[in-house]
Write a protein of this length. Sequence first.
Length: 118
Amino acid sequence: MSNSPESIVQKQVDAYNAHDVEAFVATYADDAELFMHPSELIAKGPAQIRDRYAKRFRDAKPHAVIPQRIVICQTVIDQEEITTLFPDGQRGTMRAVVIYEVKQDKIARAWVIVDRKT
């Protein structure tokens, strides 16, 4: 399979939807950083990324649909519709935009912009 930025991000989305935390973490660089846009660092490195998503995958069972994707050089921008179990116990959907920076066949940084839940 190609190691294009788009294919690497798609592997990450597929692992997210499969709730496979190890495959999900494997798409990120060892020094990867995740931010709430624009600059709030929410996780750095595999251990923090794993910690952030393992419980979510186990308990909330999220599923992302990508209605739109833009790829420019090493940057992939996904519009996402995520169905998940929210902390209040209700299942619902939220929209997000995630900007991925891919370097050396791994996601180096990602910025998340989350809209309200529905």
